[in-house]
Write a protein that binds this ligand. Structure first.
Ligand code: 5GP
Ligand code: MN
Length: 326
């Protein structure tokens, strides 16, 4: 008997082989898995001789430009795209909102293939390939490429490895399953430079990034019981340090890493009316639930939400929700 996963893989294969002229999108402020998954789908469609356009609402992180055809992912905030697509592939997006403004390029009644690994995914696709126990969307694409009988090469292996590496925090988080290690092992056989990618993506920092981290940590706060720790970053902090948006990635781990802290939070001020909050849990608290109560989502130990309001009004609201879960 076919498992649900096998059935979803077959339906996804059919979606890709039976159609053409695809739009590939990932979530706003894309991370390593989002960028890698976009490119892996592009690579897969190239193998099938299909036409496609890869887009994101904004720029992809500079650090990821080494990836195969990364420069071809259109940044819709600077490069307008004047056509719409009947077939769309969304990768690493837990819900429709996550695609940001790219939805303006979806034709009315467009058919959507939703490939994702978030437990909070609401199955918004026409076809859904949603695997909550997968460590990364890249892990699902590794399976899909194999399911379709395509032979990997070094470029797509590097993309897939990048997704696994970044979403498992360097093969350290609890999502680092035997399956992840087996896939990573296979990918290394295609010539992926594992240590080089770890150095580039997990170790290296730019000077502005380090300055931003220092500045943010200066404002570190803890609840009285020491169970919740948080920092915030404003536009002023970015300006003062010369850092860019992507430099905020990873800061949230610092409050979470303090002994005794159950939940670490990072509040990023987007503008006067909105704050993006990143949440990390040591394991006891399901931060995906907390994020969902604010319209966001994610995983048990890593989640986020965009919340309307000022920083000062949002911090106590989020702390209260976390406290209730403790
Ligand atoms: P980060 O804090 O690194 O931005 O995101 C942590 C996790 O939560 C990621 O898996 C990410 O996809 C998810 N996430 C972050 N922000 C949102 C959001 O606004 N909505 C949803 N559904 N998921 C989010
Ligand atoms: Mn992911």
């Amino acid at each position: 008997m076919q498992t649900t996963y096998e059935r979803e893989l077959s339906q996804s294969k059919e979606f890709l082989t039976q159609n053409d002229h695809f739009l590939i999108v990932s979530h706003v402020q894309p991370d390593g898995d989002a960028v890698s998954s976009t490119l892996a789908v592009g690579w897969l469609l190239s193998c099938l001789g299909k036409k496609f356009v890869m887009v994101n609402e904004g720029p992809i992180p500079k650090r990821m430009r080494y990836l195969w055809h990364a420069e071809e992912i259109l940044d819709l905030s600077v490069t307008p795209l004047d056509r719409q697509f009947d077939h769309v592939i969304c990768v690493d997006c837990a819900d429709f909102k996550r695609v940001g403004t790219t939805h303006e390029r979806f034709a009315e009644g467009a058919r959507l293939l939703n490939i994702d690994h978030h437990p909070t995914n609401d199955h918004y696709g026409t076809v859904n390939l949603v695997v909550p126990h997968a460590a990364a969307t890249a892990e699902i694409l590794f399976d899909l490429i194999n399911h379709m009988g395509l032979e990997l090469d070094e470029s797509v292996a590097t993309a897939l490895y990048t997704g696994l590496l970044t979403d498992t925090g360097g093969f350290r988080y609890s999502n680092t399953s035997p399956k992840v290690m087996a896939a990573a092992s296979k990918l290394l056989e295609y010539g992926v430079d594992g240590p080089g990618l770890s150095e580039l993506l997990l170790e290296q920092m730019t000077l502005p990034q380090l300055r931003l981290l220092t500045r943010a940590l200066n404002g570190l706060e803890l609840t009285e019981d020491g169970k919740i720790g948080w920092v915030s970053v404003t536009d002023e902090d970015l300006k003062a340090t010369g850092a860019v948006h992507e430099d905020m990635e990873g800061i949230v781990n610092y409050p979470r890493n303090i002994q005794g802290v159950e939940v670490g939070l990072l509040f990023k001020v987007i503008n006067e009316q909105a704050v993006k909050v990143s949440m990390r849990s040591a394991g006891k608290v399901d931060v995906a639930r907390v994020a969902q109560s604010f319209g966001g989502g994610g995983h048990v130990r890593a989640a986020g939400a965009r919340i309307e309001g000022t920083l000062n009004s949002i911090i106590p609201r989020v702390l209260e929700q976390v406290r209730q879960q403790l």
